[in-house]
Design a protein around this ligand. Sequence first.
Ligand code: 5CA
Ligand code: MG
Ligand code: ZN
Length: 468
Amino acid sequence: MENFSEWFHEILEKAEITDSRYPIKGMSVWLPYGFQIRRACLNIYRDLLDSEHDEVLFPLLIPEEELAKEGIHVKGFEDEVYWVTHGGQKELNEKLAIRPTSETAMYPMFSLWVRSHIDLPIKQYQVVNTFRYETKHTRPLIRVREITTFAEAHTVHSSPEEAAEQVETGIEIYKELFDEMGIAYLISKRPVWDKFPGAEYTMAFDTIMPDGKTLQIGTVHNLGQTFAKTFEITFENKEGNHEYAYQTCYGISDRVIAAAIAAHGDEKGLILPPRIAPKQITIIPIIFKDGGEEVMAKCLEIKKSLESKGIRVQMDTRDIRPGKKFFDWELKGTPLRFELGPRDLKNNVAILGRRDTGEKIEISLEDDLPSKVEDLLMEIEENLKAKSWKAQEDKLITLESLDNVGEIVDEEKVVKFYWCGEEECGKEIEEETEVDILGINEENIKTDKICPHCGKPAKHVALMAKTY
Ligand SMILES: Nc1ncnc2c1ncn2[C@@H]1O[C@H](COS(=O)(=O)NC(=O)[C@@H](N)CS)[C@@H](O)[C@H]1O
Ligand SMILES: [Mg+2]
Ligand SMILES: [Zn+2]
């Protein structure tokens, strides 16, 4: 784990998550095992969104004139958009953008759909691939050119209060998502110079990766009326007047899977939180020459009893040494392992092994195994989450002065400091320290402290870190 980047690339290959040998930079193949993890993550996401959003699907291609309508937005993406210029042999008379995100695909349609306040609110999401011609160093799952798992939600409201409330809902949804994946996070309001192009403000979730660099794993944007004015999304309000609508959007990507892999992995490989593990327990029959049939029969019986409780079970019956089986499933991060040999059967016991602590627990075959397994899976989920939050706490340091913030972040720390919040001051701080201000973590606090850079009264607690 000394070299996180090396570990990360190796684990994607060895645990058969993705294959980045696809012949286009920044694009990889989801392999079967990785695809199952992705699917489990998306199941959690959809369950959270479906309670008050509708899932939809918009086209991939966006007419240039739509993309170009919102000046700030198109400026923010002009270096990242992929274009389609031909249909077969023919040159298209209008270039088509491949969506880098879907505001300019969706909002012309919202304009058609929204007439009156009774058409509001709209709360929709889609899980699609988006494309961004990233010029910085690409990394699988972390900074890709095809964002294969781009889950974007877009909402339309009849008041600024309701839009602001929806931003809070988006934040709560992401908290719940990251909690279920056991990922610790920091929430901050991005500085004005780093917000989403076209947004009024951006709330961001960052997680501290094992190398001390932060990764933005989710963002929630209050779009105000900017896009409504650009795309004519107006509604007749209760008083019969026409108003521009108020909007939000919030998105996550493949990065949440990268964060779960990074937060919980160790030298042996993946450690998957039970909710996203393709298989939650691996049954390993220890077979010698004799007594094999009884052991297999017992293991099958146990597999069925666990499956009947909805536990995702697999049995490794390959004709190889048990040690190799242990190695394989430790690498793939299966949370629990169940071993049963002929002697255990005779003594009516078995061994349960935890992947997160390495602990081996002897159990009686008379025990209620399904509920024992369910309890252990809960313990593992809580343990992984607690470890992730503890690791984050250990990496946070509050500084009164920014004189040596560069060295501190080089020691893989994330810095909290009291800040005035002024744009000019913030830009000077980033310029001089060459360290990014993630944003405001605690807004408008009571303090008599002064800003370490400009000496003005501090108003907020802000974060600084090296970032991906
Ligand atoms: N090149 C990339 N590779 C992987 N994930 C990315 C990449 N670019 C952005 N993301 C992720 O996608 C999330 C949403 O992207 S965004 O630009 O911040 N926001 C939007 O596009 C809004 N339309 C909300 S969906 C980011 O928070 C980040 O976690
Ligand atoms: Mg970007
Ligand atoms: Zn200042």
